[in-house]
Design a protein around this ligand. Structure first.
Ligand code: SAM
Ligand code: SF4
Length: 336
């Protein structure tokens, strides 16, 4: 089946889909979830078959890159069935990249299978190299388990990018140790500015905000930073460290305007499509999917209608914010 590609009203081609496959997680990172999260009833979630139909529809409509996220994608029961199914789109050439963002806790178990399914690169989130601090920030996570996962992923031949959320007073002192560690292990590294999302309990998120401008300035005290022109259609900007050749990314959704080149949409674990990370605009794709089990046309129509509503840009603004999250949904629902 050939279909016209997805182009939004601002002439942006939608080629990148991020899909949250579960809202559940085996960690409780303080900036992401409260300790007592209430998760969705199972029947609300897209089944593995529905996820397959959904992603395959997007691939037919021109999506070339698929990122699986969550919650923690690798705690979703049977998720390897889904990865194995998606590999057919890699084999056909329609999909150029199948990847995931993970906390690494289950990687030791799944690295081999992911690699066999065609996953070549993965993002692993890790904010500190200190065991005690790791337990503090993730509440339920254990660093050695994640390290084993990283070892397994590299042994399976996957390229790793470490995602670090920049947190004032938490990992500021680890900037250089983390950079050095990534260089030693030949891993890419990206810093993420903390975003105001979801009700996460009593943590004071504003107090944790560490501007990447400041982080960058600190990095420049030791390294010569060369700005790279590379753009991925998202909020990341890259520099190269002249001294080591390392590439470092900065994701600054609050302070940078990247919307004009936005190439992506997000699907939640319940089948809602969010056209913009920073806005509440969304549409339900589960209804057309569920009510037409044999026919994908209503789903494709709903996707096109949603893309036609993709907003021009977003508007995060701490100054208009109370201490709670500005975006009422959790990152684990939409997928980070
Ligand atoms: N569980 C997986 C993981 O941690 O990599 C995938 C989902 S997680 C929601 C995706 C990314 O979002 C992680 O890198 C995490 O650090 C980041 N994240 C979560 N809450 C955030 C927030 N409030 N601000 C910025 N990044 C956040
Ligand atoms: Fe789980 Fe990832 Fe959120 Fe941490 S950031 S609680 S690992 S979903």
């Amino acid at each position: 089946m050939t279909d016209a590609p997805l182009i939004d009203p601002f002439h942006r081609a939608i080629t990148y889909l991020r899909v949250s496959v579960t809202d559940r997680c085996d960690f409780r990172c303080v900036y992401c979830m409260s300790e007592n999260m209430t998760f969705l009833p199972k029947k609300e979630l897209l089944t593995l078959e529905e996820l397959d139909r959904m992603c395959s529809a997007f691939v037919r409509l021109g999506v070339e890159k698929l990122r699986i996220t969550g919650g923690e994608p690798l705690v979703r029961k049977g998720i390897m069935t889904f990865f194995n199914a998606m590999s057919r789109h890699l084999d056909s050439g329609a999909l150029k990249e199948l990847t995931l963002t993970t906390n690494g806790s289950q990687l030791a178990r799944f690295a081999g299978e992911l690699s066999s399914a065609g996953v070549r690169r993965i993002n692993v989130s890790l904010d500190t190299l200190d065991e005690d601090k790791f337990a503090q920030i993730t509440r339920w996570g254990r660093l050695p388990q994640v390290m084993k996962g990283i070892d397994a992923a590299q042994a399976a031949g996957m390229r790793i990018k470490i995602n670090v959320v920049a947190l004032k007073g938490f990992n500021e002192d680890e900037l250089f140790p983390i950079v050095d560690w990534c260089a030693e292990r030949d891993m890419d590294l990206t810093f993420i500015e903390v975003m105001p999302m979801g009700d996460i309990g009593n943590e004071n998120r504003l107090g944790q905000y560490w501007s990447l401008k400041d982080l960058r300035a600190k990095l420049a005290e030791r390294f010569t930073l060369i700005d790279l022109a590379e753009r991925t259609g998202g909020p990341a900007r890259y520099v190269q460290l002249q001294e080591t050749g390392q590439k470092i990314g900065f994701i600054t959704p609050l302070t940078h305007n990247f919307c004009e080149s936005c190439n992506r949409v997000r699907i939640t674990c319940t089948g809602e499509i969010y056209m913009c990370l920073g806005q509440e605009d969304m549409a339900d794709l589960r209804a057309p999917l569920r009510s037409h089990p044999e026919d994908d046309r209503p789903l494709e129509e709903a996707i096109r209608t949603a893309i036609a509503l993709k907003p021009k840009g977003h508007d995060f603004d701490y100054s208009r914010q109370e201490l709670g999250g500005q975006m009422s949904r959790h990152m684990s629902h939409t997928g980070g």
